[in-house]
Design a protein around this ligand. Structure first.
Ligand SMILES: [Fe+2]
Length: 287
């Protein structure tokens, strides 16, 4: 029997009704993974946010977990855990970053549609985002079901995309999102990665369009044509009917499958309010 849940959107997304991730037993994780295969996104409310240790402990049940993402110049850690990615607007001392701070500019690029860690050769699978402080306005997470997007593409487009791949680069999306140009050592620390544009979930065989603002180019076709194709695909994918907008409450945990969805953060007054969100990310195994 599946875990009790309600739906978040007509085509995808589940909200668990009676599950505490702190208490979930390893032998029922398969039920959650089944639910993720079906819904691609899962919200799990808690009265009190998970501690960092509980967050990491749970995430490790979902697969290999990313540790210590490569360092960006000038950053130091507010949260002393290699597994936790600090998605807040807070600096290492716990103060709101000032407007114009390079580190904040890099974070603001998360307002573009993307999938997590598609710029690595070993792609991100599940992201687990935990809400510690939420602003009173804005700061939703919006998600798109990329399986529904792929399903609705024309047969001509589907044929065109077979065997096509694209180049994902972290610095491309940072620059697109208004962030600073990378320093040479930063650029070298995150080289681009090549991935197919159409991917398939091996368990249920559902195909998905693998798009992200990290995509710098499409391989094997002329640059202008590639840019045009990307624009067309992005425009198609970001139609309102495909979007789930999740409004956070403190204690919520949102899990999404990066190989079936695309997401973005919506703006909020980040000089006025704190938004303290913490993420872990699972990666594909090396085998
Ligand atoms: Fe993200």
């Amino acid at each position: 029997m599946s875990l009790p849940h309600t739906k978040l959107h007509p085509s995808f997304g589940a909200k668990l009704l009676d599950t505490d991730l702190r208490e979930i037993e390893p032998n029922v994780i398969w039920k959650l993974l089944d639910l993720m295969d079906e819904h691609a996104v899962c919200a799990v409310p808690h009265r009190v946010p998970l501690t960092n240790e509980q967050h990491i402990h749970f995430s490790k049940m979902l697969g290999p977990i990313e540790r210590s993402a490569k360092k960006i110049a000038g950053t130091s850690k507010r949260l002393p855990f290699d597994e936790i990615i600090d998605q807040s607007n807070l600096g290492p001392e716990g103060n709101i970053y000032k407007d114009g701070d390079r580190r904040l500019a890099l974070k603001r690029a998360n307002r573009l549609w993307h999938t997590d860690m598609s710029f690595y050769r070993i792609r991100g699978t599940y992201s687990v985002l935990s809400a510690h402080i939420v602003p009173p306005e804005g700061g939703n997470t919006e998600l798109i079901d990329m399986r529904a997007v792929y399903r609705d593409l024309s047969d001509t487009m589907k044929k065109q995309l077979v065997n096509m791949s694209s180049e994902h680069c972290y610095w491309h999306s940072r620059t697109l999102g208004g962030g600073p140009s990378p320093l040479p050592e930063e650029k070298a620390s995150r080289p681009p990665a090549i991935h197919p544009l159409v991917i398939e979930n091996k368990r249920n065989r559902r195909k998905s369009l693998y798009l992200a603002s990290h995509i710098r180019s499409i391989r094997g076709i002329e640059e202008n044509q590639g840019a045009k194709l990307l624009e067309e695909l992005n425009e198609f994918a970001t139609q309102k009917k495909y979007i789930l907008s999740y409004q956070w409450s403190v204690g919520d945990v949102l899990i999404w499958d990066n190989l079936a969805t695309m997401h973005r953060a919506t703006p909020f007054p980040d000089q006025k309010y704190v938004r303290d969100m913490r993420r872990t990310t699972c990666r594909e195994s090396l085998n």
